[in-house]
Design a protein around this ligand. Structure first.
Ligand SMILES: O=C(O)CCC(=O)C(=O)O
Length: 264
């Protein structure tokens, strides 16, 4: 008998991955680890804000502001004039705690099964913050269209979202659409701004199949690059902080930088 249960996929998880395009592992990280990770997340935000005072680029797309600084793309909150950070991609290089988490077996063991290879590498990493009463929503989309021009192994880019706070519909947890991954890349929206084509055409999936990925802090949501997902704004007094890691077969460069970050 093994001393601890295998971290690899169970039959039920494999079936959920194929049928639904996602599955959840609740409370994979302990409260002590979460304290540590939340503190690291806030250190990353502080570094990003400091770096953002001298960005190498500062631009607006469809009304949202982006800064290139500290080796990352920093997206600010959508409210006009806000200086609050909404997304940092990539972010793991800004704190050693996050570089270490990339090799955590609770993440990488299931990822080897989902990528379909023993040797895996990081593809991209995002810190997504929704501050109380300010955190903005994200319309339904797939991740695969964002990556389609830069990657030839689109079907081998599984995501894991690590919840740093309890996530609920009130604080803007992710919604995932059951079975929406099955047809691969879906059409985007026309006439909805520059980024419109990256948001999934509502007639291409059944929104009634969307479920809230509400779960306690420390939980892991694994989801396919083709799974349609989105989230509502944070209307609550509680933060909703997460980070999302995307893996790929070993030996390939990351999405935003010409470096390879193989998993140990
Ligand atoms: O932060 C969120 O709720 C949405 C994030 C998301 O959809 C993404 O990073 O692709």
């Amino acid at each position: 008998m093994p001393l601890r249960p295998s971290l690899r996929l169970s039959d039920a998880e494999r079936a959920a991955w194929e049928d639904d395009g996602f599955f959840l592992r609740e409370r994979a990280f302990s409260e002590d680890e979460l304290c540590d990770l939340r503190a690291a997340a806030e250190r990353v935000v502080a570094i990003a804000m400091r770096e953002a005072s001298q960005p190498s680029a500062d631009y607006t797309i469809d009304g949202n502001r982006y800064l290139e600084a500290g080796g990352a793309t920093i997206q600010l909150e959508h409210r006009a004039g806000s200086a609050t950070v909404r997304v940092i991609e990539p972010f793991h290089h800004l704190d050693p705690r996050f570089d270490a988490v990339l090799d955590d077996p609770r993440i990488t063991e299931p990822m080897r099964d989902l990528v379909g290879q023993e040797q895996i590498a990081l593809f991209t990493d995002k810190l997504n913050l929704k501050r109380p009463r300010e955190g903005s929503g994200f319309r339904f989309h797939q991740d695969s269209p964002y990556w389609a021009f830069d990657c030839t192994h689109l079907d081998q880019l599984p995501n894991v979202m690590v919840l740093l706070d309890d996530a609920s519909p009130e604080n803007g947890c992710l919604s995932v659409v059951r079975g929406s991954h099955r047809k691969g890349l879906l059409p985007g929206q026309e006439g909805q701004g520059t980024l419109g084509p990256l948001f999934t055409d509502p007639s291409a999936f059944d929104e009634r199949l969307a479920v809230h990925a509400a779960a306690p802090a420390g939980s892991l949501l694994f989801f396919s690059p083709h799974t349609v997902h989105g989230s509502k704004p944070n209307g609550s007094d509680q933060p909703r902080r997460v980070f999302v890691l995307t893996y790929q077969p070993g030996g390939h460069r990351t999405f935003k930088k010409d470096v390879t970050r193989d998993v140990a």
